[in-house]
Design a protein around this ligand. Structure first.
Ligand SMILES: Cc1cc2nc3c(=O)[nH]c(=O)nc-3n(C[C@H](O)[C@H](O)[C@H](O)COP(=O)(O)O)c2cc1C
Length: 385
């Protein structure tokens, strides 16, 4: 694990980190991070769809003082990016969640701690940045209530409930690898007295043909989650609530009526329903349905500063950075993650300047063109003549 000088010299873009991180990780851990569900159609579609969003640059707009600062997830941020909740960061590097949370704090962006983190949420919050806690809907409602109380007491800024995992998507790579979370990197927040079994079942021995993560999810997550439960969760604390994993505008419309702080347009990085719509494709309709009632955040496929700008131009207030943050962590722990976030900051600033955007307000007003939509329009116009 960890980068070397040669590797660092080669790291000129966020994407560069992927290959070098892959070389640093055990194959089964690399597959757990990189993989999607089923035939990985949505995993690939996230990238394809982002690349088909063409930005229309503005000119003569004085970008000499270009700033990426924004209001995002309840605080002032250096750029409208937060680290996505990602489980078990202790298996990526010994620095784990603390390393990535420190890098996020140094970069001036929020860190969303996964409920299934390798170290307790109190330690992550003590890093002192803007920490949010992600939750899954557990069968054990008492445990869920306890996590909310702990988040509030630890000074977390908000809660992010993931709503797209009634069961785990079929992660075939993990099943083929008989994947289990390495010992010592399991779900520390669930390892309280009385919950030793939950912890053990994830860190347990690999079973060929099945994923220990899927087995744990089936046992611990409650697929009965539905709309009235959101009110229950809101009533457990004063913390702002964000729902993660919304793609349909009707769901977005209904969610925005629930006095939530925001929602994340996400297909979980292609890890849940294979064949689900790319998040960037779903984003404009969701924004229209929400109509400014809460923040709309995007994740799934963000790989560089231009992608962040694409999301802003299509109506998002910011994005969650997923896998690339783990690539940074893999190659050099906190230092590697810091380097990666610095690159993303540079890329976003560069993209905004080249697009003639002095700030995020100008970025939000940028026009986009999709060659696919343009072709469909042109064909339709041809037919109507
Ligand atoms: C290794 C890994 C672990 C993840 N764990 C969680 C999790 O515990 N909770 C959650 O809501 N999302 C989880 N996600 C999904 C991310 O929050 C995010 O939606 C996704 O990574 C975005 O896609 P991208 O990585 O392609 O940008 C995980 C993703 C990865 C890659």
């Amino acid at each position: 694990m960890g980068g070397d000088d040669n590797g660092d010299r080669a790291l000129l873009s966020v994407r560069d980190a992927e290959q070098s991180a892959a070389a640093d990780l055990p194959p089964d851990v690399r597959d757990f991070i990189a993989g999607g569900s089923g035939a990985e159609v949505t995993l690939a579609a996230n990238r394809a769809a982002l690349e088909l969003v063409y930005l229309v640059p503005r000119v003569l707009n004085d970008v000499s003082d270009c700033t990426t600062t924004a209001q995002f997830l309840g605080s002032g941020v250096a750029m409208p990016v937060a680290i996505a909740p990602m489980a078990y960061q202790g298996m990526v590097h010994a620095d784990g969640e603390l390393g990535l949370a420190r890098a996020a704090r140094a970069a001036g962006i929020p860190y969303v701690a996964a409920m299934l983190s390798s170290c307790p949420l109190e330690e992550i919050a003590a890093v002192g940045g803007s920490t949010w806690l992600q939750l899954y809907w557990l069968r054990d409602r008492g445990l869920l209530r306890d996590l909310v109380r702990r988040a509030q007491e630890a000074g977390c800024r908000g809660l992010m409930l993931t709503v797209d995992v009634p069961k785990l998507g079929s992660r075939l790579r993990d099943m083929r690898n008989g994947f289990a979370v390495p010992a010592g990197a399991g779900a520390a927040n669930l390892a309280a007295p009385g919950n030793g079994t939950a912890q053990a079942s994830m860190a347990g021995a690999a079973v060929p043909g099945s994923s220990a993560v899927a087995t744990h999810t089936a046992a611990a997550f409650d697929p009965s989650l539905s709309w009235p439960d959101i009110a229950w969760l809101r009533d457990q604390s004063d913390l702002p609530l964000v729902l993660k994993g919304i793609l349909d505008p009707a769901d977005a419309h209904r969610a925005a009526d629930l006095d939530i702080a925001g929602l994340v347009v996400s297909n979980h990085g292609g890890r849940q329903l294979d064949g689900a719509v790319p998040s960037i494709t779903a984003l404009p309709e969701v924004c229209a349905a929400v109509a400014g009632r809460c923040e709309v955040i995007l994740d799934s496929g963000i790989r560089d500063g231009t992608d962040v700008l694409r999301a802003l131009a299509l109506g998002a207030s910011g994005v969650l950075l997923g896998r690339p943050a783990l690539w940074g962590l893999a190659r050099g722990g906190e230092a590697g993650a810091s380097r990666l976030l610095g690159l993303l900051q540079d890329e976003l600033t560069s993209a905004m300047m080249l697009a003639g955007c002095p700030d995020v307000t100008a970025a939000a007003a940028l026009r986009t063109v999709s060659p696919v939509a343009a072709t469909v329009d042109a064909v339709a116009r041809g037919y109507s003549r």
